[in-house]
Design a binder for this molecule. Sequence first.
Ligand code: 5BU
Length: 276
Amino acid sequence: MSSSSRQTYSVRAKNHPNHLVRKLFEVAEAKKTNVTVSADVTTTKELLDLADRLGPHIAVIKTHIDILSDFSEETTKGLAQLAEKHNFLIFEDRKFIDIGNTVQKQYHGGVLRISEWAHIINCSILPGEGIVQALAQTAAAEDFPYGRERGLLILAEMTSKGSLATGAYTTRSVDYARRYKEFVMGFVCNRSLTDEPTTETTKSEDEDFVVFTTGVNLSSSGDKLGQQYQTPQSAVARGADFIIAGRGIYAAPDPVEAAKQYQKQGWEAYLSRVGS
Ligand code: 5BU
């Protein structure tokens, strides 16, 4: 567990150099929630309905925008309006994984125009350091219109059975995060990583990467396709700052009630971790 994991979101918000991370912690503190809902529905109507109903209980909505059957500008405009209305951030779980030149085009422009509406994106470092460098470069360009309102999470580990995102892959994720920390907010992973035995970089005193943990579910231990679940309590105890739940919330008989339950459990686990 890193030392920052023991600090409150407000303390971390105050001290953090990254504007979007500060905003994220402020949202969590203001709404008393560390829940990210993974809204893996397949129509714009379902997505916007869900975002509006769950909005008060979440800090972040995570999308897979390419699974929508009717994606259009209405989708992203609607999402952006709801993000304003309910004060949450939008995380597109696109998992960029290609050479730098390609991911720049996939991120900024293209049919999905991800940079226009997603505050947070993520990438795998399988292609090497260039992917992080390329995305960071796009966001730092003088003509990039969204400036400090955008950030990247490195996909350092996965929850699926037999995941190969382990060992050197994971430690390199930490190295690259440190090298591009103006744009890299943290990781999608299953535990705190900042004390990993890295080979190329060393931890700075004030290092504070955000940990998003997927695979959170209160009533199931997995699915038939290799997904592996843990509870909000165990995720937060291992270092998750934000817990990501999909089917546990949107496929529950009452998604709003479910979101409230994850909010309560995630928040209590956080309070107990920071000792208040
Ligand atoms: P679920 O319904 O809570 O199982 O959905 C999990 C979501 O998180 C889904 O959108 C996945 O694509 C995403 N995910 C994951 O499950 N495991 C991972 O390691 C990563 C993302 Br990275």
